[in-house]
Every structure is written in C-alpha cells, then in structure tokens.
Ligand binder design. Structure first.
Ligand SMILES: Nc1ncnc2c1ncn2[C@@H]1O[C@H](COP(=O)(O)OP(=O)(O)OP(=O)(O)O)[C@@H](O)[C@H]1O
Ligand SMILES: [Mg+2]
Length: 574
C-alpha cells in the first residue's frame, strides 16, 4: 500500500486538513460530557440558573463547532479519498494503455476492468476511512480515557477489565472474518469476469442459444458470492451484540460502583453521567478501530492487485535514442523466430524474407499457419524471440514506437470501430485529417459508396464495436482509417474477407493506382485477392513454404496449387 502513497501527493492539503479537523471534532465531543457534568454538579446542585445557561450556551457552541469541524473533515476526507482513487485509476489506465500485446495476453480483460473499477474504488474508500476513522478512534480513546481517569481514577478498574475483554472479542472475530473477506473479493472477481465475458460476447451467446447455459454459469458464481458474503457477514454480525453486552455490563458496573460513591458524596452525579459517556466513547472507538482494520485488509488486497498492474513494464521497450523517420517501406526478416508469451511452441520458425519498398505482397496459407503472427512483428505488436525485423533498413526495435506504428498501418483481422461518428473513427488514423482526405480514403477502400448514401454522411453514428455496420462495411471503414495515416507500409490482415469479390477487385485496383509507392501486404484466404501481387508468400505451419508469383507458384508450390484448385472448383460449382 505504501507504494501507492505518492498518488495522494496532489491532495496532500486535504489529507492533512481532514485528520486535523477530525481531532478538533473529537475535542468537541470530549468537552461536551464534561460541560454536562458541570451543569449537573455545579449548576443544578447549586441551583445557579445563570451558571446553567452560561455553560449550556458553551455546550451548544461546542456542539456546533464539533459539527462544523466534522462536516469539513468529511468533506476534505472525501476529496482526498476520491482524488486518490482517481489518480490511481488514471495511472493504472495509462499503464494498461502502454501494455504490449504480450502483456495483454497475461492479464485478462475482465481482471483489468475489475482492477480499474472495484479495486480503485476500494482504495479510495479505505483512504477516506484511514484519514477519518484511523485518526478519530485512537484520539477519542485517549482523550476519553484521560477524562475518565481525571473524573474518577478509582472507577478506572472497571474498564481495565472491559476494554481487554472487548479487544479479545474483536480480535477473535476479525481473525475469523479476515480470510472470508479475502475469499469474498475473489468471488466478486469471478462474477465480474463472467459478466464481462458474457456482455462482450452477448450476440454470440444469443446466436448459439446459450442463454440458459450462461445463466446457469452465472448463477453458480453469483450464488457462491452470496453464500460467501453471508457467511462472512454472519461472523461480523456478532460484533454488534457482543459490543452491546460488554458496553451495558460496563455501564452497569460503573453505575453500581459509581452510584455508591455518589451516595457517599465522593462523586457528583453529573460526573457519573459523563463517566458513562466516556466509557461508551472508548468502547465505540475500539469497535471503529476494528472495522477500520477490516477495511484495511480489503484495501491491502486491492493495493496488491493494482501494484501488480503498475509494476508490469511493457514488454515493448523503446530505444533510448530512437529513430524518428522512416526512409522507405522496405521490409526485411532476418532469420526470425517467434513464440507467444504463454506458449512453448514456436509460432514462426527461421523466417527470412525481403520486400522492396512499394511492392505488393500477398500472404496465403491454411488457417493457423501463422500469417497474422508474421505481420504482427512488423509494427512491433510483438517482439521477435530470435532474429530481427527491419523496416526501411532499420531494426524495428530502434524506431520511436509512434513513428513505426504511424508508418506501418495495420488493419487487424479482428478490427474494431469505436462509438462516435464515422468522422471521429477516421480521425483515429490522423487527427488532422480534413473531410476531403477522409472522403478520399473512403473512396479508395470502397466505403464511400455506402457512406455517401447516408443523409448525415461522415456524421453518421457508429455504435460501440461498430455493430451497426455489416461485416464488409466495417472492414472497408477499417481500411480507410488505416489509409489516413499516409503510411509507408500497409498491412491488410484478411481485411476483405467479408467483402464481395467485385468490391474486393475494386479495392485492389484503387490500391494499385493510388498507392503505388506504399508497400502493401495482403493476407487473404481467396487467391483472387492476391493473384496479382508482385510476390506471394505461402505459409505453412509457421514457415514460409515457398515464395513466388501466381504463375511460378502454380508450378512450384503444391500447397498453393491445391488452394487454387479448391477455389476454382468452388467457382465452377456455383
Ligand atoms: N495471442 C496468442 N497467444 C498464444 N498463441 C497464439 C496467439 N495468437 C495466435 N496464437 C497461435 O499461433 C498460431 C498462429 O496463429 P495465427 O493467428 O498467426 O494464424 P493465421 O495464419 O493468421 O490464421 P487465420 O487464417 O485463421 O487467421 C496458432 O496456432 C495460434 O493458436
Ligand atoms: Mg490470421
């Protein structure tokens, strides 16, 4: 938790003011019973109405003072707590943004969401409580103890018994409840995980008619959370009644022994009343302290989960003096091997290849043959395990990452649009793009034909994930977005798979005519998408099986020939 303290820095002022004001409130709370004893023992006993009024006014003022201090302390505490949480959330979010694909393979999305929401909130609440309760309780206890001792030290024997009894009860309950609360946190995670997974895939769930199965899965986890929570609470519930028993027994004992002293005249009745109040305050503080420790445990669990994210460094490290310019779009793989972080098998084995700037390269191969894996190494979405990838004659590891990713535009196989308008989505490619440039890119990707049909054109709304577009429309928008980067290299990973063959041909033609100087890598399932490429790579089980043009591969590559023939059959059969 200590590691998170720096996030409080911006709110130091509030973090200092809150406990100070809290101590002032405690002072008021402590003075009031004392004033009350004066009213009873001096004012009423002496039948001095003036004295009663005077001290009464002071008492009201003390109460008002306490109230104002309390409100202000809460206010500053909330500011510090929520501010603290916001700072942590900001830093965690920033960290996640910096994560490489490899990092993301290790943390699941749902666990990151829980960390960014629940855990950050918990930390804020715990910080707020620490500033208030962790200050209030001990001060209250000490002040009340001093006052009680001052009033009557001989009665102190009573709470010398009750305080340890209470403390032992609390320690026993808390030690029992602690593992349960930790367990509860992990149950909350499990419920969150299923909600997250289910909602992102809700359409698939529906199409597979898996609702009832998913409901069952959810029910199991939800029930287990409920049961754990109930069990944990059932332990903590004991605190209330036990506290009452101890408090009331103490009060009875005080009244018994103190009453005798009042009868004898060695103690004022007002003193006895305030003594009882102080005893209650002490025991309350003890309970508050135990509750606080409980929260602290929750906070510590959250803190370690946040720290885990904050301490993870992106696996993609930038060179200390990075190259800020890319000379051209030539690409070279020099004996590259690659294995995914959590996998022991190599997804790419000894790949060497050279692509000249401006060339159009097709990549084809069966599913799972590592086509996507190969191209992901170019913009450094992953780092190679062995060998090197060069773009424009420079190792990709030497580039400023922004330069590299701006110059190598990538249309992912699983592309995503973001909620907003079409224009906003296009500006992801280039913040400063004019409408003219956007329309030009849309024309090239053959998306303008449907976008121009919208009454609101570029202002047309894109819902989350781009679900209000067809698969082929989404792909064409994603291509346009990549084109707006004015890249040196553009990679289309199966980006026209949902586009009909006619439109696909138009896209190829537009690319050839308008983007002659841009190196284009097209991964495709259909031979027709890459047939006219300058060079075609045939991938098989993580290796390049052969390289050539359509004509030479028909002669030299049995795999290519087989793919071609199977697709021809399809055409003939139609
Ligand atoms: N993030 C990942 N973590 C671990 N293994 C992965 C990951 N992504 C892909 N793989 C594995 O790497 C291999 C190659 O996958 P890749 O996605 O490159 O295939 P592909 O040729 O693009 O297939 P497709 O034509 O279906 O898109 C597969 O065996 C796959 O299981
Ligand atoms: Mg792929």
């Amino acid at each position: 938790m200590k590691k998170l303290f720096p996030f409080m820095k911006k709110y130091t002022k509030y973090a200092i003011l809150c406990p100070i004001l809290m101590i002032l409130e405690v002072v008021a709370d402590i003075i009031i019973p004392y004033l009350m004893s004066l009213i009873v023992d001096v004012g009423i006993a002496g039948r001095d109405i003036n004295y009663v009024v005077k001290v009464g006014i002071v008492m009201i003022l003390a109460a008002l003072f306490g109230m104002v201090m309390g409100i202000m302390s809460s206010h500053y505490g909330a500011k510090a707590g929520y501010g603290f949480a916001a700072e942590i959330r900001k830093a965690t979010f920033k960290k996640v943004q910096s994560f490489s694909y490899a990092n993301l393979d290790k943390f699941s999305v749902s666990s990151l969401i829980t960390r960014l929401t629940n855990d950050c909130n918990t930390l804020g609440q715990v910080a707020m409580m620490s500033l208030r309760m962790a200050v209030r309780a001990p001060f209250m206890m000490i002040f009340a103890l001093i006052m009680a001792l001052r009033i009557n030290a001989s009665l102190a024997g009573v709470f010398m018994v009750s305080i340890p009894v209470m403390a032992v009860f609390l320690v026993i309950i808390m030690t029992k409840a602690r593992p349960l609360f930790i367990k509860m946190q992990s149950r909350v995670d499990r419920v969150n995980a299923i909600i997250q997974e289910n909602l992102t895939g809700i359409r698939v769930v529906k199409s597979f008619n898996r609702q009832s199965h998913e409901e069952q899965r959810f029910k199991e986890r939800n029930d287990s959370l409920r049961d754990t929570a109930l069990y944990a609470i059932s332990k903590v519930i004991m605190v209330g009644p036990l506290m009452n028993i101890v408090t009331y027994s103490t009060i009875i004992a005080v009244l018994w022994f103190g009453g005798k002293q009042v009868v004898v005249g060695s103690m004022g009745s007002g003193e006895l009343i305030s003594f009882v109040t102080y005893i209650t305050q002490i025991l309350m503080s003890l309970m508050m302290l135990s509750m606080f420790f409980m929260q602290l445990l929750r906070g510590m669990a959250s803190a370690s989960r946040i720290n885990e994210v904050l301490e993870t460094d992106s696996e993609i490290k930038e060179d200390s003096s990075p190259v800020m310019n890319m000379a051209d779009g030539s690409i070279k793989f020099d004996n590259v091997s690659f294995a995914y972080p959590l996998s022991s098998e190599e997804a790419l084995k000894n790949i060497s290849l050279e692509i000249k700037s401006g060339e159009t390269v097709g990549v084809i191969g069966s599913t799972g043959s590592s086509k996507s894996t190969l191209v992901q190494l170019i913009p450094r979405l992953y780092d190679v395990t062995a060998g090197a990838v060069e773009v424009g004659g420079v190792d990709v590891k030497k580039y400023h990452i922004k330069t590299l990713r701006d110059k190598v535009a990538f249309v992912l196989q699983k592309n995503v649009l973001f909620s907003g308008t079409i224009r906003e989505n296009m500006k992801w490619g280039n913040e400063n793009a004019t409408d003219e440039q956007i329309i030009n890119a849309l024309r090239l990707s053959q998306a303008w034909e449907f976008v121009s049909g919208y009454e609101d054109g570029l202002d047309h709304i894109v819902v989350q994930g781009g679900d209000n577009f067809s698969g082929g429309q989404k792909q064409r928008l994603a291509i346009a977005r990549a084109l707006l980067k004015s890249p040196e290299v553009i990679v289309l990973d199966d980006s026209t798979s949902a586009v009909d063959m006619g439109t696909d041909a138009k896209i190829q033609k537009a690319f050839k005519e308008e983007l002659g100087s841009v190196t284009t890598i097209i991964i495709a399932q259909r031979i027709s998408s890459i047939q006219h490429a300058d060079k075609i790579l045939v991938m098989n089980e993580g290796e390049i099986e052969s390289t050539g043009t359509h004509e030479t591969l028909m002669e030299s590559s049995p795999i290519y020939k087989e793919i071609y023939e199977s697709q021809q059959k399809g055409v003939v059969g139609q």
